[in-house]
Design a protein around this ligand. Structure first.
Ligand SMILES: Cc1cc2nc3c(=O)[nH]c(=O)nc-3n(C[C@H](O)[C@H](O)[C@H](O)COP(=O)(O)OP(=O)(O)OC[C@H]3O[C@@H](n4cnc5c(N)ncnc54)[C@H](O)[C@@H]3O)c2cc1C
Length: 263
């Protein structure tokens, strides 16, 4: 049975990268005063394709909850239906959605965290970051260290770069690390894949505080373990698997690694 959908109006659309055809969207629910979701969750968007068939796709919400509004970050996929449907929307257009869905949410109370994203996988990391460091208001990070490791092919695909740089400048416990897999010669920043930098963070953190083990305590078998750090990974399956494997090699428990796969 089809789920009940509700309408959302596109208020603002901004092209984040012309070469990658990636867009930032700001929506508001048409007839609901609030959208009750947790930072990191996704929604399902529903539309009818050219053959009259109803299509549904998942999109991470790219903003922390604020009234009845939400942001999305979507890039065109060549030959794909839904990404192009969204990318072609004009401001004022109405889409149908249901949700929120998913368990890609931050653990509470806050502990250290590594956010790992590639491409539009940065969407839920933006939501997390807005939730931890609201632009005006109380800092919810509890002073814990947050590393956001973001990998793309080209510099022009570092979506929301200015926002993350501003948060890093304002909060010494927020560390924004970018890396390009196809950097031009003149690029002076990091090169290569996110895995390398995640490994470095884990090793340096362990070396700086040898008392920190991946898990602070060994809990009884029936209790929820308390960890002093979690990693949140979002993007395409290959990258997610590689980062998970790397953390396993570093002795991390599976429960310390939370992930969302886009494919
Ligand atoms: C939980 C979840 C959250 C997601 N959040 C986002 C998001 O925030 N932003 C976003 O842009 N996408 C996101 N996606 C991916 C999104 O749901 C669609 O898969 C994507 O927009 C392509 O849909 P389409 O209809 O255009 O292409 P389709 O017609 O479904 O697929 C066309 C072809 O492209 C391939 N493909 C599908 N998705 C991708 C992709 N992401 N990259 C490269 N190739 C792909 C397919 O295998 C297929 O061969 C998310 C997926 C999941 C499961």
């Amino acid at each position: 049975m089809a789920r009940e959908t509700f309408p959302a109006r596109l208020l603002r659309k901004v092209c984040l990268s012309d070469s990658a055809q990636c867009y930032h969207f700001e929506f508001e629910l048409v007839d609901r005063p609030a959208f009750d979701y947790k930072a990191g969750q996704f929604l399902s968007a529903v539309a009818v394709d050219g053959n009259g068939k109803s299509q549904t796709r998942a999109y991470s919400i790219a903003s922390a909850p604020h009234a009845n509004r939400f942001d999305l970050c979507v890039n065109r996929v060549e030959g794909g239906f839904f990404s192009n449907y969204l990318a072609d929307l004009a401001e004022g257009a109405i889409i149908q959605i249901h949700g929120p869905h998913g368990h890609f949410v931050l653990h509470h109370p806050p502990v250290d965290a590594i956010f790992v994203a590639t491409g539009t996988g940065i969407a839920p990391m933006r939501a997390f970051t807005q939730a931890l460091f609201p632009p005006s208001g109380e800092d919810h990070s509890g002073g814990r260290h947050i590393w956001c490791v973001y990998g793309t092919r080209h510099e022009s695909e570092l979506y929301y770069r200015e926002y993350f740089e501003q948060v890093a400048a304002a909060h010494p416990n927020f560390h924004y690390i970018t890396t390009l897999s196809r950097a031009p010669q003149q690029w002076t920043g990091h090169r290569g894949y996110v895995q390398q930098y995640v490994g470095k963070i884990v090793e340096e953190r362990q070396a700086a505080q040898p008392s920190l083990s991946p898990a602070t305590t060994t809990p009884p078998a029936d209790a929820t373990p308390q960890f002093d750090i979690y990693t949140y990974i979002c993007g395409l399956n290959n990258m997610v698997s590689e980062v998970r494997n790397l953390l396993t090699e570093h002795g991390w428990d599976k429960k310390q690694v939370v992930f969302e796969r886009y494919d």
